[in-house]
Ligand binder design. Sequence first.
Ligand SMILES: [Fe+2]
Length: 177
Amino acid sequence: MTGPRVSLSHAGFHVNDMDKMIDFYTNVFGLTVTDRGGDRLVFLCGDPKDHHQLIMIGGRDTEPGSKHYAHMAFRADSMDTLREIHAKASNETDATDIRTMTHGNAWSVYFQDPEGNTAEAFFDTPWYVQQPFLEPYDLNQSDEDIFKYTEELLSKHDTTRPVEEWRQELSEKLGAN
Ligand SMILES: [Fe+2]
């Protein structure tokens, strides 16, 4: 093995309304507050292997919609979990622009949180396809139909291949083979 081996663990961002943002992320993504430093610093997590995956820090001073922060994404363990997050976001009056898009390598649900940040949940597909790739899909279909629909979409792209193959190559490139 050569070089540092890293995996992304957490993101931090500034917020205006701490209580509202905590409610939103605990309700929609099922995160829990793991620690806090008073009212201005809060750690949240949805996976026991990390102390925190999300840090909210008070005192945001950028306008909602300003082009700086892009988005963060949570990996879901099934399409049903995605459906659950989609349903919960749909029940939140403060969530806007909810959309279901596939990147070929993932099925995603995107929406804007109460402060206009883009949030994403996704479930991995078994394929790699060259990025960027973005097509809508229908989360109301059965898992099987979504799979078939996506496979059909990807069959038109010659960079499509099993993600395990692509991971193996990346692993070798990173010196971890
Ligand atoms: Fe993403």
